[in-house]
Design a protein around this ligand. Sequence first.
Ligand code: PRX
Length: 651
Amino acid sequence: MSQADGFDALLQEDRVFEPPAEFAAQANANDPGIYEEADRDHEGFWAKFASELEWSRPWDTVCEWTPPTVKWFLGGQINASVNCVDRHVRTARRNKAALIWEGEPGDRRTLTYWDLYQDVNRFANALRDLGVEKGDRVAVYLPMTPELPITLLACARIGAVHSVVFAGFSAESLRDRINDMQAKVVVTGDGGYRRGGVIPLKQITDDALDGAPSVESVVVMHREGLDADISMQDGRDHWYHDLMAKAAPRCDPQPMDSEDLLFTLYTSGTTGKPKGIAHATGGYLVGTYATSKWVFDLKEEDVFFCTADIGWVTGHSYLVYGPLANGATCVMYEGAPDTPHRGRFWEMVERYGVTVFYTAPTAIRAFMKWGTDIPAKFDMSTLRLLGTVGEPINPEAWMWYHANIGGARVPIVDTWWQTETGAICVAPLPGLVALKPGSATRPFPGIKPMVVNEQGEEVKVGGGYLVMKRPWPSMLRTIYGDHERYVKTYFGRWGPDVYVTGDGAKIDDDGYLWLLGRVDDVLNVSGHRVGTMEVESALVDHPDVAEAAVVGKPHEIKGQGIAAFVTLKEGVTPHDGTIGVLKQHVVTKIGAIARPDEIVLAADLPKTRSGKIMRRLLRDVAEGKALGDVTTLADPTVVAKLRDQYADKEG
Ligand code: PRX
């Protein structure tokens, strides 16, 4: 059976929710003709949004597409920090809250646009004082405190390329990324809080820097209230607050060519090490600005709470650049949704009067498990729009979210996009598009996804592979340092003008898109991408391990869990602690997000006669399914044995 045939196990979902009249009447996007108009002239469509931003030099050409190379707003010059901050301090927004922040221990800070402007200017100067110049890379390994968005905007101000590494990644993951980007500076902290514990960021950074010679300076933010035992290396390490105290208060923004890189962000693929997805300044800003304005319907009085960590792309696009370019108020938090209590998000919705709330299906499934009486305790009547992102949302979770968080009255925008796409690509415009629970509905105007079969032919109704046929401003420009990999990974299958998303999708009779998850060896664990190959490499790195194969398995909360099948080297006898040791080894190598949920120690792995591990069969074993075709196996008894072993383990 081919992958495409598998798409025919289609969802049966026929509930439809029309946009509430009251919402439609006030929506930013309220002209149904926009879809057709944007299709007819997508360049004109994007140029209109671009013209709402501030350019220090106007562009000459909207788009230059020489597949698979794309450029947007050529000749234009723009600075992202000016658009996110300076533009607003010149207006009545100067005193408006830009960031409302809550730390895990309960500390709170509100930064107005003016406060943000000052901190961004000072830190930009501090970075310049450390010798950071336009084009230099700055690695950012910070907890979720206001210094994180400040750092991003300070880099943007001087034209340094930031690359955030999620604070849950290991020293080795951090080192690999620093080396790949050849970072000159690392911005980190003495620690950050998570679920009552402290992440020792500086210690991890010190470990990572052993073997990262490009780094000249380390900036260490002190997390208030924390008494972390850290050491500072003379000449290399500087306290953030010391640099800020010394830095000049105003920093002239660096004019950036539209195509100059704004940031890179590493993400997992099917092969090799994570790749640095590179985004260009002008296009990225236009894409995040436009989608924030139309999908989240942001208005002057909105309070937008995106629960993502800035370590992932969602935090970049919808906690920093998109909403701040719109002059919105953003709510940001440190820690976890269940600490100090499981009503934390709802308490924050009530406390700050959140109007637009954006989270992930994995979180919604956890809320469902915790029960409806928790959100019921809070007044969430300010909410007027909900969003989800990161993985397909099951219709039950959608309905629960709608009823229990949205009070059965507010629209939900299910937003499909990727680190590579930079901004939302498929999502309803909430004032215009009727919703179907579980469907991301229609492409954003101007964007042209298509479902294709194995041959790359369009599937008008039915299942297949999701591709993109037309460039859009916020799409990635390259994989940092490896343009060939960019060409091969994203445009290698059906030609240089067809962007391959790696996702399967179904298109229904109404033209609605239903995203079906990854069709490659990338897992989606709690909305985060984990490459099976990375976990396998981490496992075989352990001296006791001979071979490892990793597959995904459905998980009630995480969406997908990680199942690993491992054979040990000859002469190694497993003991009670072996599985625990191997799980910990993966955490040490990659980070907690890659910890296998289960590891099966196998005598052998199922292989084809040519020696290839048959992951498909292992998936069937992990999912408890009837075994598929085993005729190509070198030894068909291997997989039967494994299945029995797996069943025993489950029992
Ligand atoms: O499989 C899709 C899934 O997340 C992948 C992208 O992951 P990442 O680059 O980490 O970015 C996540 C946040 C944008 C996609 O290839 N995905 C993301 N959003 C959705 C989704 N799957 C279904 N529905 C979504 N709304």
